[in-house]
Design a protein around this ligand. Sequence first.
Ligand SMILES: C[S@@+](CC[C@H](N)C(=O)[O-])C[C@H]1O[C@@H](n2cnc3c(N)ncnc32)[C@H](O)[C@@H]1O
Length: 435
Amino acid sequence: MKQNSSQNVEDIVESTSPIPFTARLIAYYRAQETNSESPLIIDPLAELLVGDLSSYVSKHRHTAGSRDYAIVRSYHIEKVILSNWCKNHVMSQIVLLGAGLDTRAYRFQPLCVNSHTVFEVDLSVVNQYKERILLDKQPLCSLIRVSTDLSNPEWPDHMLASGYSKDIPTIWILEGLVYYIEQDRVISLLSTAHQMSAEGSEIFLDVATHGLAKAKYGAFMKHFKWGLALEEAPAFFRSLGWHVDCSFADDYDQGRNVGQRALIFVHGHRGSILHDEEVVSESRIEADLTPQEFVRSFSRNHLSTIAKVSNTYAADTSRGYEAFLDFLKEIKPAIMKIVDDLSNPALVLRVAPRLQRVPQVLNSNVERKSSEEEKSFVSGVLYELLALLYCAIHGLRVWELQETPLYKEIEKSRVLGLHGIEPLTKLLLKELNKP
Ligand SMILES: C[S@@+](CC[C@H](N)C(=O)[O-])C[C@H]1O[C@@H](n2cnc3c(N)ncnc32)[C@H](O)[C@@H]1O
């Protein structure tokens, strides 16, 4: 696979490989990183897949894009997002849309824990090439290559025919993909992914800002089709059913140069589809408070109602269920805001998975379940609400939960069902009133 260094660099780029050049360049950066002194990513197969693009990169060093950005993005996906995902799911699907020359299925050790299936989705020319080069390599988990054109509306059928299941939680990774595809096609791609996803599914992607998308130079950016401002990104994705946190890549830079606040990491979970007007009107609630002030004020105003709802339900399930639904209706916009303001959406999945379903619960007027199921649902939602408020008040990250005394208290009280709720609301209130 090594190219002759005297070969014309334009040949290397345009004619020696049917693989899209951007995919090759990113894999080349992984190969370089692997051979560097303190690599963030070790990808032993990258060099085999991509060969040597060093003469191209040295000739185009001002426009060849940034190795740092591609590496920091991969590192963040692996270290933070996929590691947690693999650990927390007994069975899952990991869909790499526009997988390019990605080799995680062969090298990413967390895939060995639990039961995961990696779907590498790309054009058939890319998949065939990988099949051929990696023929004698053994993946760490089940690996399915889906050859399809993502701008073809039949791509979901190709996924389903390959063994993708709509019932298994899925994480969709669109790494270095969406800015190369027209925005209306991306909208349809993400909506379709939403429809195809089981509850609890997640998404990661990166988007360019408007300015970068307009720059039109260099190996990568000359192909960029569209961009988003950081402030408009959460509402954009929420209108497609994905409730996400968005941050500049610079916030995760690992000391590398990732591009001066021009590329945005987007990570979140599948939720209900909310349209712009709804998002906007909801985000107006107490807009002048900081997220922390907002959650404190919400807690002060509503902790006693949480206790009241649980006591009403314990005394009379019919009246209590009505009070419970009315309460959810009243607090829905505030809860969506608190969830949106959290800096780590994994936290919501961990402490409050049921709360994500609040909009559906309200819209579909859930049929009454058996009384035991209903009781456990009502108390589950109220406990999750308390856990969420506690985490939001303290700005906790998902890995900090175990260490906090009050969270331990919440976990312990769960066995008491409805009876554990009022004492907890009092504890939380006391905590809020501490100077
Ligand atoms: C920049 S590369 C990213 C590769 C990979 N995610 C990585 O980080 O190594 C983009 C990939 O998306 C694929 N791609 C672009 N448009 C596509 C489409 N319409 N259908 C399927 N794959 C597509 C390309 O073939 C290419 O492999």
